[in-house]
Design a protein around this ligand. Structure first.
Ligand SMILES: C[S@@+](CC[C@H](N)C(=O)[O-])C[C@H]1O[C@@H](n2cnc3c(N)ncnc32)[C@H](O)[C@@H]1O
Length: 245
């Protein structure tokens, strides 16, 4: 591992996430269903953007529903972009993947020609940015949506209290354990819990409450802002760019 790499830019964490953690996310398919229902209800999807795309799970869900949509995917991890390339190879030819760091506004230079987007999504990525940067990014997203376009963030958010955080962690480890058993694996719940509590990427989480983040969206000028779905620390929230003032 190159020392300047963040955990998410390594092959090791990419494999761990894609082989185990992603599949153990509680109610993950319900989260995608809500995302797709909101997107479908909002109108046409000609041109979408997926920020922190990973292997392209959100993009694939959009393309399954809207096969002719043009997709732009951004991530700063080479292994993740390679996984997305493989995962999305059966989809249309209108996909473009970009390597860019969302920690500064320079990512916009790469995608500006493909904007505006009628849908912008992000899955479990923006919580790696500082709160100031999250808010700036929500402004940048707003600025690159079509009028009436929609932003949906499927995101890891903070718990209201340490007790609720423990409840989330316990629920998550239960999910990892049941996935292990379903795969015929032999790792114990205790071993999975130990690995989960000491996971390398935990230090890269900067969790913010869904309430604060929805407030920022409202202040920026999004409408119909809400948390559309939530189980403990996993939330689906967003808003639409106003059609008229
Ligand atoms: C937990 S994974 C989620 C991947 C995918 N969106 C999903 O829903 O499964 C987080 C992703 O965000 C990317 N990421 C984290 N920080 C980033 C940054 N500063 N700029 C761009 N991508 C970033 C990681 O490389 C990783 O692919």
């Amino acid at each position: 591992m190159c020392t300047k790499d963040k955990a998410w830019q390594t092959q090791l964490l990419t494999d761990k996430y894609l082989d185990g953690v992603r599949g153990a996310i509680p109610l993950a398919s319900e989260q995608l269903d809500i995302m797709l229902t909101a997107i479908s209800m909002n109108g046409k999807v000609d041109n979408f953007l997926d920020l922190g795309c990973g292997s392209g799970i959100l993009s694939a869900a959009i393309l399954d529903r809207f096969p002719d949509a043009v997709g732009t995917l951004v991530d700063f991890s080479e292994p993740m972009l390679n996984a997305a390339q493989d995962h999305l190879s059966g989809y249309n030819k209108h996909l473009q993947l970009y390597k860019a760091d969302l920690a500064s506004a320079s990512w916009l230079d790469l995608v500006r020609d493909r904007a505006p987007f009628d849908v912008i999504v992000s899955g479990y990525a923006i919580h790696h940015l500082t709160d100031n940067r999250k808010r700036e990014l929500y402004e940048e997203i707003h600025g690159h949506l079509t009028v009436g376009g929609i932003f949906i963030n499927v995101e890891h958010v903070s718990s209201s209290t340490p007790w609720v955080e423990s409840l989330f962690e316990r629920t998550f480890v239960d999910g990892l354990h049941s996935r292990e058993r379903n795969k015929g694996g032999s790792r114990t719940r205790e071993a999975l819990a130990k690995e989960y509590y000491h996971r390398e990427d935990k230090k890269e989480n900067i969790l913010a409450s869904v309430e604060n983040q929805c407030q920022w969206l409202g202040e920026i000028g999004y409408e119909d802002v809400d948390c559309y779905f939530k189980i403990l620390e996993l939330a689906v929230f967003g808003g639409r760019k106003k059609t008229a003032n």
